[in-house]
Design a protein around this ligand. Structure first.
Ligand code: BG6
Length: 466
């Protein structure tokens, strides 16, 4: 049994593009996803959970169910429809109204500036591979810091590693490039530079509040004790975890990271450019992060692999269909005996505990941590308004226990945001993979609390995981 601190945040997470819908309303500009999804024809981002209109109801539900924090993102193109230039006042007003609603009900807002939704005009010019777009991001951030005084907690980016790999390795995100490691490495680095520039701007100008970044940190373990498998896990970890933590907290890439990077780049014929001035910026920012947001759902067991890259993304929930073999890194395998979701995500809460302990040990000035996403995607059964999502409750319990144990062992975790507050749109799975505490009927937009919502309410009241 673990008792969580009195001031712990029991939050719910969302993201603009996945929740708001209304992609063509309120003067919003286009993002690359609009065209990408339309061409694919699998599912539409509208109306999603219609948060654009339903937010008062969602915030009311937060209050009713003890959810005292909400993670949202600002859609860059609601503020600057073209990414830069003219401001869309309707978008600015929308977020003021949303934050006012949060304040009215005492729900703390954690606001992310970029959650996978770069404006199309900038995306078409190379997204974060184009250094000019870094300037555009920093300008947009500055506008938000000056405008939204109601916000106390800011995050620059959501999940830099998935942006880089989904866009340029798996190709599941636009522009659907496959296996281009030059792009992957450059994108990772450039986004970390943009993060550092934004942190420095925030701190140099003494904007009120706190700033951090949200990383997806999924622990990597060797599939066996063999030196080959250990090396494969080391490489996979170096690119997906250590690279980001080094950039965030050291402001440079440690020897171990560089060793792995060079090996991966060589195997894949990749080149990249890190400028001396980037490291000056990153170093300056590396002791100025107020917090780290961690998204953690699963972990990976990695085996040596020396073939060509072969990937199949399970975007349907057909268990056992995932394939992930990457040239120059390794193969992520299913570990016999471990539970996994229908989307092949391994349920292994030790991974959460281990990543938290590692940050405390390897980057002791990390300050504090929020778990900004954790949850279980599931095909919920809806029977007369009742949703008994016991498998989700079991998942949440074991992961929260891992967090409780890490807190007991000295890690400063200040809050938890369950993904997701309500059911919403999933980038590569559409609407059949639900995560919410609240079931959304996407036709009527009616919300129904699931069994997990009642469980979470009790947790937030008792602060005790049992
Ligand atoms: C995180 C993202 O990677 O995982 C969310 O920040 C996303 O935007 C979530 O929805 C769950 O992923 P998926 O693919 O199951 O929707």
């Amino acid at each position: 049994m673990y008792k969580l601190p009195e001031d712990f945040i029991f939050g719910g997470a969302t993201a603009a593009y996945q929740a708001e819908g209304a992609t063509k309303e309120g003067g919003k500009g286009l993002v690359a996803w609009d065209e990408f999804l339309e061409k694919q024809g699998r599912f539409s981002p509208d109306p999603a959970s219609d948060f654009y209109h339903q937010y008062p109801e969602d915030i009311r539900l937060c209050e009713k169910f003890g959810v005292n924090g909400i993670r949202i993102s600002i859609a860059w193109t609601r503020i600057f429809p073209d990414g830069t230039g003219e401001v869309n006042q309707e978008g600015v007003d929308f977020y003021h109204n949303l934050f006012a609603e949060c304040q009215k009900r005492n729900i703390t807002a954690f606001v992310t500036l970029h959650h996978f939704d770069t404006p199309k005009t900038l995306f078409d010019k190379g997204d974060f591979l184009n250094r000019e777009n870094l300037d555009a991001f920093v300008d947009y951030a500055e506008f938000c810091f000056k405008e939204f005084h109601e916000v106390h907690y800011w995050s620059t980016f959501n999940e830099i590693y998935p942006v880089a790999t989904n866009q340029y390795l798996l190709g599941t995100f636009p522009p659907s490039v496959k296996s281009d490691f030059s792009m992957i490495i450059q994108c990772l680095h450039n986004m970390m530079v943009a993060h550092a520039r934004t942190v420095n701007l925030f701190k140099d100008n003494n904007y009120p509040g706190e700033i951090g970044v949200v990383h997806s940190l999924e622990t990597k373990y060797p599939a066996t004790d063999s030196p080959e498998d250990q090396h494969a896990a080391f490489l996979d970890d170096a690119l997906s975890v250590r690279f980001l933590l080094d950039a965030t907290y050291l402001g440079y890439y440690s020897d171990k990271t560089m060793q792995a990077l060079e090996e991966i780049a060589e195997a894949n014929g990749a080149t990249y450019e890190f400028l001396e001035e980037d490291f000056e910026i990153m170093k300056k920012a590396s002791h100025r992060n107020d917090y780290l947001g961690i998204n953690h759902y699963q972990c990976h067991f990695v085996k040596a692999y020396d073939g060509e890259t072969q990937i199949h993304h399970n975007g349907t929930g057909d268990k056992g269909t995932s394939v992930y073999k990457v040239k120059g890194i390794g193969e992520r395998i299913y570990k016999e005996g471990l539970k996994r979701t229908d989307w092949d995500w391994l349920i292994y809460p030790e991974g959460m505990y281990d990543i938290l302990m590692r940050i405390k040990e390897d980057y002791p000035h990390y300050n504090k941590i929020y778990i900004t996403e954790n949850g279980m995607g599931y095909k919920d059964e809806f029977e007369d308004g009742v949703i008994m999502d016991e498998a989700r409750i079991d998942y949440l319990k074991v992961y929260l226990e891992a967090i409780g144990k890490a807190i007991e062992d000295g890690v400063n975790v200040k809050g938890y945001f369950l993904w997701s507050l309500m059911d919403l749109f999933s980038w590569t799975n559409g609407y059949n993979k639900r995560y919410g505490l609240f079931y959304v009927d996407f036709e009527t937009q009616k919300r129904y609390p699931k069994a997990s919502a009642y469980w979470y309410k009790r947790l937030s009241e008792t602060k005790t995981i049992s």
